[in-house]
Write a protein that binds this ligand. Sequence first.
Ligand code: SF4
Length: 734
Amino acid sequence: MEMKEITQERIEALRAGHKVLAEFHYEPRPVERGYAGKTLYVNVSTNTIGAKPVDERMKRTFIGGRGFDLWLLWNAVKSDTRWDSPENEIVIASGPLGGIVQYPGTGKSIAVTISPLTGIPVDSNVGGYFGPLLKFSGFDALEVQGIADREVIVFIDGNAGLVQIMEAPEESVNSHILAEEIVALFGQTPQEKQGVSSVSSGVGAEHTLIGCLNFSFYDPRRKLTRLKQAGRGGIGTVLRKKKIKALVVKYVGVKGDSNHPTDLETIQQVGAKMHREIYERDPIMFTMRLDGTNHLTKIMNDYDILPVHNFRYGSHPEAEKIYSPHFQKYFVYDAPDGCWYGCTLACAKFAAGLELRTGPYKGQTVTVDGPEYETVAGIGANCGIWDAHAVLEANFYCDAYGIDTISFGTAMAFAMECYEEGILTPEITGGLKLNFGNADAMLEALHQMSRGEGFGVIIGQGVRRMKQIFVERYGADPQFLQDIGMEAKGLEYSEYVTKESLAQQGGYGLANKGPQHDEAWLIFMDAVNNQIPTFEDKAEALHYFPMWRTWFGLNGLCKLPWNDVEPADNRTRYKGIEAAKVPEHVENYVRLFRAMTGRDDVQSGADLIRMSEAVYNFQRIFNLKMGSGTREHDAIPYRSVGPVTDAEYESRAERYDQQLRELVGVDPSGMTTAEKRQALRRYREAQYEKLIDAVYKRRGWNERGIPTLEKVRELGIDFPEVVALIEAHTQKGT
Ligand code: SF4
């Protein structure tokens, strides 16, 4: 990201520090039908390295990716394992379809750990080359356990069949420099550099609980290293706790048939069809190739669901200042920007020429990967910062310091509202004037996170811990903070306003890892198009779509080519929720999966959903194992359900008054705004509980939200520990 040469002298100095602490040799074997057949285990406490077999049951039950991650993590941790316990792991996997180069969106890695924010497993889906290169090196997953007593790098050489744990005292910690150093250290030619990928974090991750992982890939046209983020849940904080500077894989020689699929021809055919569709449809649909995901900011503002001022409102007159055109001037369009070979949807935008105005790299001109919609909405709109440069600068520093932009944006917006409400004062914040719109204060708080000092460190603990601190130390009203603090299960909300979409409230509240939109995004279907009006419809959508989206994570796939481009006749051939499934693309994935693995028993989309259901239910039970996973943990803050303050009510008074009349059966005339808010609140909170009942029933869970024994048997996940857990909780009635 920083366009500075790394000198030979520097490389020698880095190398001089590389004392090998442990070494493991293996015989590299080709991947067969999408699987390497082994996983790699590394323990940085004991300096041990080993390989574990992947058997047929593991493949059938967990498929790959997030499924493999969860299974390996489940076997590694106990119910009292905490994020900073040595036995906690970071597990990273691709999946059986990962690394295909003929179909778009196949380069994803899925990272899982016990989260510092939630205490339960968090999964994060990320681009960059690490997952596929790991698989082609001979491993379907990498699990890293232990806490090192000094700074280390784990290095996997997939061509040589060598894994090393080595001391790394000299390398930088911040990812934008470290990733370049890693490429310079382990790749000589452009081809070799492309074969190197690292996973790292940054100094901000050390002082906060919202650290992210940066996954790298080398961009030979721009001659620099790019970064994609596994943002959610504080995985970067876990990496730095383990004193790992980087996980590095090197594999040179990716080919069109590196996965050795059963039927390469079908994969090529399905891929060619999809590429044509993208070229024809993207320019007239979502312009992902031009704008990346930030094309959404305008759409969200237009539909009143862009989070503004800590999710109080859904739109703002100044939002136009952070629409795509204001970032296009930074984007470089000299090459398509896919985050893995063959992704013609190419949404991984590349911003160049950003001159930094603050922080330790002030004055440098840098490049940024992004910004994604979530970053623009979280740091921009949600904090009231209508300044593209400031958003991009915060994006750069979040990545460099290893901070999740979503948690950062939502936590910052919460702190800003507390400041505006007088709960926080300049005395408490050390002089930071955290008013909405104060970009300088936002950036300074971010730099404080990197330095481990000041009020920024408190913000970096996340919304749940801030609530506790503000109540205990500053006498804040706990109910008010509970209402406005946008977290569930301990994870900060991603960036959509859900007040007018009951289904999306459930999409966030019921998500296994906490409120992240990658599990269910139903706002348009629900609130805009009114396609799922009944509780049963919503429950069906909250069954199908989370399962479907889970499937991408099992296979090393990106979900964007599924529904961010659609066949021209999708909306005429199919209606409503069926159209939202994009059936022709589902069929593509059925064909790809069969062609890769040779599994002829997989015939339809329903077979794919069943794969996800097993893993999804297993993750729910994993939550149970960690002391969560029951109904009370699916509660959500009232701001995601309805208006907390009079000002919020008044901003949509007509709509709310009408609901009181037509749905609640109350005449609002003559009532104060506060009385109307209370009446609406009672109604909306009851609706949410009814929705939960309907979804639990549809998913085969009991009224406490626990999968039934019948369900886990049906899904083939009735392992003794799973059965014992369910029985214990059912008997206790907890
Ligand atoms: S669509 Fe975007 S995020 Fe998905 S694989 Fe392609 S470039 Fe990466």
